[in-house]
Design a protein around this ligand. Structure first.
Ligand SMILES: Cc1ncc(COP(=O)(O)O)c(C=O)c1O
Length: 442
């Protein structure tokens, strides 16, 4: 039924907000109206220090001039062009720029608009890759408990966060999960990669024995699991996964939507851990979060398997209206320029020790049961309130916002991933204020 009135501009009802407690939020909204570098400005004029790079995406900070100008210029020059059977130069230029910083062996870029779409694309590519090579029985997909791979059906099927799965029916068939790697009894308060847990990768051998390698297309994991609350890969774990997948002809997909573009101090986690997957999913930091864009990166082997048959035939029946959108491509190039000119990946590596020491200084504060960090990412895990999981961390989130810092929580874990431009004094401010928040919690 048509509305008989226009909603007033201040009516919060129409926008059904994602991953939000809508009713609670709308009673007491928290609004950002502007942003610059490390800070947001709230509707009531306060400055909030961004401890999360938006949603793990504004790696170069906010409203960076080069990116803003590139978008403005591109919007005035070529706003849109189809990418199906047509091209425009800037999308090709960006693809080459991505490959320049990607691990050696990664040679092709397939554009999407988000991390979730990158995951769906990679899963479909994996199944189609095997079929193109005459191994059409390889259709199973293996994810991991506590994994986050976005919100589309493939992603939640291979994902392992219960709340994101249980409302949505039976999901994809033919999916199995590796165990997660969170071992707090053995690894609590680790800086960098934990000592214990590499053997959890051996579970893949059990899964292979159960289903038969010839039915498995791919294993997908986050090299560092972010959204579940920042779980670093145990030492040797990713290497084992790589060895087992290779042994059985299974593709390995790294979901680098968070770890891509400098978060761990290298362009990609694959370089940081020196493990080469067959495919990588990316988004977020690709355009500094400014314009939606994602990309799946593949080896030549994956790509070339499709380049058979008559040349006039489409090789992969997949793509999006906005794949390689010119404005997003311009934002991507300007973002990569900014990372390079300001040495931001190196900066993340240089700040890792300072960041880690600051975070670990929170050990011993009320309710803190674990702290972990790597690159410019870190987590503080809190003891849940008995019978009320998530409530303590969410109270910390609200108190932090009042104190002028933006943090993120998932379950009872506080996660932080500041823009890579953060200064040491801003790290002190962020951690100092978080410490005050923790001391004030019930
Ligand atoms: C590892 C990973 N994969 C996929 C996604 C989904 O990305 P998007 O929200 O852009 O769809 C995310 C988002 O946080 C993520 O962390």
């Amino acid at each position: 039924m048509a509305l008989d009135r226009k909603p007033s501009p201040n009516d919060l009802n129409a926008f059904w907000m994602p991953f939000t407690a809508n009713r609670q939020f709308k009673k007491n909204p928290r609004m950002f109206v502007a942003a610059k570098d490390m800070h947001y400005t709230t509707a009531d004029g306060r400055q909030v220090l961004d401890g999360t790079a938006g949603l793990w995406c504004c790696n170069a900070g906010h409203c960076r001039p080069k990116i803003t100008e590139a978008i403005q210029k591109q919007a005035a020059e070529l706003d849109y062009a189809p990418a199906f059977q047509m091209g425009h130069p800037i999308a090709f230029e960006l693809a080459n720029r991505i490959i320049d910083i990607a691990p050696k062996g990664i040679e092709h870029v397939f554009y999407t608009n988000s991390g979730s779409e990158s995951v769906e694309t990679a899963l479909k590519m994996a199944i189609a890759y095997h079929r193109a090579r005459g191994e059409g029985a390889r259709t199973r997909l293996i994810g991991r408990e506590r994994g986050y791979h976005g919100v589309n059906f493939g992603g939640i099927s291979v994902g392992g966060i219960v709340g994101n799965r249980k409302m949505f029916g039976s999901l994809l068939t033919g999916v199995d999960h590796l165990p997660h790697t969170h071992l707090p009894q053995l690894n609590a308060y680790t800086k960098g990669q934990p000592e214990h847990g590499a053997n959890l990768a051996d579970d893949l051998e059990r899964i292979v024995a159960l289903h038969g390698a010839e039915t498995i297309a791919a294993v997908i994991v986050e090299p560092m699991a972010g959204s579940t609350g920042v779980l670093m890969p145990p030492k040797g774990y990713l290497e084992k996964l790589r060895a087992i997948t290779k042994k059985h002809g299974i593709l390995l997909i790294f979901d680098e939507v968070i770890t891509g573009f400098g978060r761990l101090g290298s362009a990609f986690a694959a370089q940081h851990f020196d493990v080469l997957p067959d495919m990588m999913t990316t988004a977020k930091g690709l355009t500094n979060g400014v314009i939606p864009m994602g990309a799946v990166l593949t080896t030549a082997e994956v790509h070339d398997a499709f380049m058979n048959g008559p040349e006039h035939m489409i090789e992969l029946f997949h793509g999006y209206t906005y794949s390689g959108n010119p404005i997003a491509s311009a934002a991507g190039i300007a973002t990569l320029d900014t990372y390079k000119e300001e040495g931001l990946f190196e900066r993340a590596a240089e700040l890792e020790t300072y960041w880690g020491d600051a975070l670990h200084s929170l050990k011993g504060l009320p309710h803190v049961i674990d702290i972990r960090n790597m690159g410019l990412i870190g987590a503080v895990e809190l003891e849940p309130i008995a019978g009320e999981p998530t409530k303590r961390a969410f109270s910390a989130f609200l108190a932090a916002y009042e104190k002028g810092i933006l943090i993120r929580t998932t379950g009872d874990i506080i996660a932080m991933s500041p823009p890579l431009i953060i200064s040491k004094s801003e790290i002190d401010e962020l951690i100092g204020k978080l410490g005050d928040v923790l001391k004030s919690l019930a």
